[in-house]
Design a protein around this ligand. Sequence first.
Ligand SMILES: [Zn+2]
Length: 240
Amino acid sequence: MLDRYLTQISFPKLFPEGQRKIRSTSVAVVGVGGTGSHISELMVRMGFGKVKIVDHDTVELSNLNRQSLYDEEDIGRPKVYAAHEKLTKINREVEVIPVNLKVTEENADEILGDVNIIMDGTDSFGTRGVLNKFSIEKEKIFIFSAVEGSSGMAKAIIPGRTACLECIGYPTTGDSIPCSVNGLIPSVVEIAASISVTLAIKSILGYAEDEIIVFDSWDFSLEKIKTKKNPHCEVCGFKA
Ligand SMILES: [Zn+2]
């Protein structure tokens, strides 16, 4: 146990309580495409207690340049089953649960009701809207991330403490523009995933701030922009 996590528990901010918190935290990664593949892999490697992977797509050839959990033999398979196979080989101490469904307002509680953190690996504005609202209602941490071209952004949404997606005016309805339209440099999903997982850890350890992180993997730029909860927000405005 200690050997496996030695380098991370040696990091002062994770020592000694951090790994115990990671171990006792269950997460759901909604969308195991580009960003979601890397998020779930990192969380399984780091030893989160339970990692639920949720997606309703099958693996396609055009996914393989950036979706690290899949290979050519997985083409045509449901993503969550292929991902489950890879993830359990990486770390059998972690309970990995595949859910081959699309999250909707109707089934959100059934799929996400038993996790502490919801990780955004989706590419749909509408699904993000559902996750944002659900996380506020059920007081779960929601780590939002989005990528396009060479740029991306990520934010920790902590109910009652930070701004939510609605507060910052991010679209919460409709489908996103498919990544084939504006293109996507594969490195950007790894950066978005790394920042998201760090935000999740900082959130459970009380280090997360109310800010959005915006980066570009072509310009090598990264900016932290302060955000503020809107007391009149339609989603989170009634929470203290
Ligand atoms: Zn809000």
